[in-house]
Design a binder for this molecule. Structure first.
Ligand code: WQD
Length: 344
């Protein structure tokens, strides 16, 4: 049974990917310092899979501690590297923290990839690397533009580092460019756990609807889009998770044409903020309390994916639509409220 090390395994996409890996016959260990996540999410993973996943509570910016994990686990076949800070707005306010954390952790893991000759490495990248594209949908060969934030810059630099490393390592490497991961596992045992006031759209919607937030703002409705609000490619987190399993399989079966490949992980459908809100109201039956506010600095106006390369080469099939994303996100928010009430 191949063994996969998932960094950031207690995070939103990391935990959903661990579920999918286990369901596809992989042995999984996690490393996560829980600075931006909660280890209890692995209890949910256990409820779904029946497997207790070991998490090493280690800061990947500490090389010795990171190296010790590989010394203890000499049978790691592949790594999926999620661990990073990812709040766009925060990265603008705290650039050094973002460059230090996101790049040092990646470099430490790559030193271990070198030292222990790990065969496969999958990197969590982002559509942010495209900046504000001139033409949509974007393909993997759409030129990247200057990042709109230090967060986006760390993803662009991460991809550049991997491209250079792939030239000298035997390791086979893939970067997966996520569009906007949303929703929760259909079991509603795991989901997104934003820390503090959510920056991202869907948790802002569900927290407003459940009453955790008094209301929310649509950041601008005067853009050149079909209804004036920004356009994104929202994709269910479980579809994103399964693509990671398929990426590892793709490398194991040596289907890659080069030892550094990039895949867009989006549905191929563009959805505006107002359309996302309409979908939420439809599936939840809740009228959302929102108003149109000013534009958010750094926002991309419109982007969505051409996902042909991933669909064709990874054999990736999108299972969930926008309503499923909103429905599972809402059911998860309701579950969080029940858990909160049970605690008090
Ligand atoms: C989506 C749209 C907002 C909140 C970022 C990262 C990306 C990925 C996902 C990590 C925008 C609007 C939001 C609100 C709103 N992160 N919005 N009111 O900025 O597209 O992408 O998060 O993988 O890499 O760049 O996502 O959900 O923040 O915003 O109107 O209260 O929703 O302005 O148009 P974004 P988002």
């Amino acid at each position: 049974m191949a063994k996969i090390l998932v960094t950031g395994g207690c995070g939103f996409i990391g935990s959903h990917t661990i579920v999918d890996l286990i369901e596809n016959g992989y042995d999984v260990i996690s490393v996560d310092n829980n600075s931006r996540s909660d280890a209890s999410i692995l209890d949910g993973v256990e409820k779904i899979t029946g497997q207790k996943v070991k998490n090493y509570k280690v800061d990947l910016c500490n090389f010795d501690d990171t190296h010790a994990i590989f010394q203890e686990n000499t049978d790691i076949d592949g790594i999926i590297h999620f661990a990073a800070y990812k709040a766009v707005g925060e990265s603008v306010d705290r650039p050094i923290m973002y460059y230090e954390n996101n790049l040092n952790s990646l470099l430490n893991v790559l030193k271990c990839v070198r030292d222990f000759d790990i065969p496969y490495f999958v990197f969590s990248s982002s559509c942010t690397v495209y900046g504000n594209p001139d033409k949509i949908p974007v393909t993997e060969s759409t030129p990247t533009k200057p990042a709109e934030s230090p967060y986006g810059a760390t993803k662009q630099m991460g991809e550049q580092i991997l491209q250079d490393v792939a030239k000298v390592f035997d390791t086979q490497i893939i970067s997966l460019r996520y569009f906007n991961p949303v929703g929760a596992h259909p079991s509603i045992e795991i989901g997104e756990l934003p820390i503090g006031r959510p920056q991202n759209l869907v948790p802002a919607i569900t927290q407003t609807a459940i009453g955790k937030l008094p209301g929310m703002k649509v950041h601008g409705a005067d853009y050149d889009t079909r209804d004036g609000s920004c356009l994104r490619d929202y994709i269910h987190v479980s579809d994103i998770a399964h693509a990671h399993t398929l990426a590892i399989k793709f490398l194991q079966e040596q289907k890659n044409s080069s030892n550094y490949e990039i895949f867009n992980l989006g549905t191929g459908n563009g959805v505006t903020v107002l359309e996302a809100i309409q979908s939420f109201e439809k599936v939840s039956g809740v009228k959302l309390n929102y108003e149109i506010g000013p534009r958010r600095p750094g926002d991309v106006i419109a982007i969505y994916a051409n996902n042909d390369y991933a669909v064709k080469n990874l054999g990736w099939e999108i299972k969930y639509g926008l309503d499923d994303m909103m429905r599972t996100a809402w059911l998860w928010e309701e579950k969080l409220k029940e858990k909160e009430a049970a605690k008090n």
